[in-house]
Design a protein around this ligand. Structure first.
Ligand code: ADP
Ligand code: ADP
Length: 229
């Protein structure tokens, strides 16, 4: 089943054309790793997919819905397409539990006890049930990122976008975040991951996009990309 279909996507900032015409189809359950030099448009591409950025032209069809059409419900789009950022973006004045329950309570109108039950299940899953009442500044980077993943999952998304999720982490914490992502991938989540972690691209992703100069220059299976002489 086609989950994401993108046709000739372009994005300009003023005169700077950052995405110059991207077309691709991503199926349900696929895990895409995007690599490429700094400034090649990787982050902009991700941000267009959940409309954190407004594309200049092109089409983005998610689950058979054109998310760029006039009147598209941006909140609904962001519920269906979760995002995990390099710098976590947790609410600093909310506890771990509140960070996760806020979205379901406000946007999905789920009752507080139900949302808390869901949040606890997700915290178990990412190994942080004991941190429910902690504030983000008491957590390590790896723990913060696992909370951010749990928060994204709480909205029951169809897709999760990861923008350099391990780039701000101390080396010893990268593994624990990649492990949670690997489990998600195996559970069938559709994921697009901008990352410098070649291990993830090689061992978890089923396709690797190489971006440069605003284009996807290569779209390959990891084995093809990494086993070339
Ligand atoms: P990457 O993620 O591959 O490093 P980005 O998508 O972050 O690339 O950025 C691509 C280019 O677009 C860079 O030259 C960056 O400076 C520029 N850019 C990104 N966001 C903005 C913005 N909001 N306004 C102007 N230029 C931007
Ligand atoms: P990150 O790599 O963590 O996303 P960046 O420094 O690339 O951080 O970008 C941080 C924010 O600044 C983003 O919202 C991006 O769109 C914006 N940005 C990046 N480059 C520019 C630029 N040249 N002009 C204006 N805004 C930019």
């Amino acid at each position: 089943k086609e989950m994401i279909k993108i046709k000739d996507l372009k994005k300009k900032y003023g005169n700077l054309e950052v995405l110059k015409g991207i077309s691709t189809v991503i199926k349900e359950g696929e895990v895409i790793s995007i690599i490429g030099p700094s400034g090649s448009g990787k982050s902009t591409f991700l941000r267009c997919i959940n409309r954190l950025e407004e594309p200049t032209s092109g089409e983005i069809i998610i689950n058979n819905k054109n998310i760029l059409e006039r009147g598209a419900d941006i909140n609904k789009i962001r519920e269906e397409i979760g995002m995990v950022f390099q710098h976590f973006n947790l609410y600093p004045h909310k506890t771990v539990l509140e960070n996760i329950t806020l979205g379901p309570i406000r946007l999905k109108k789920i009752s507080k006890p139900k949302a808390e039950q869901l949040a606890m299940e997700l915290l178990e899953k990412v190994g942080l049930a004991d941190k429910r009442d902690a504030y983000p500044n008491k957590l390590s980077g790896g723990q913060k990122q696992r909370v951010a993943i749990a928060r994204a999952l709480a909205m029951n998304p169809k897709i999760i976008l990861f923008d350099e999720p391990t780039s701000a982490l101390d080396p010893e914490m990268i593994g624990e975040v990649l492990e949670v992502m690997r489990e998600l991938a195996h559970a069938g989540m559709t994921m697009i991951v901008v990352t410098h972690e070649m291990g993830f691209a090689k061992n978890v992703a089923n396709r690797v996009f190489f971006m440069d100069g605003g284009y996807i220059l290569e779209d390959a299976k990891p084995a093809e990309l990494f086993e070339n002489p």
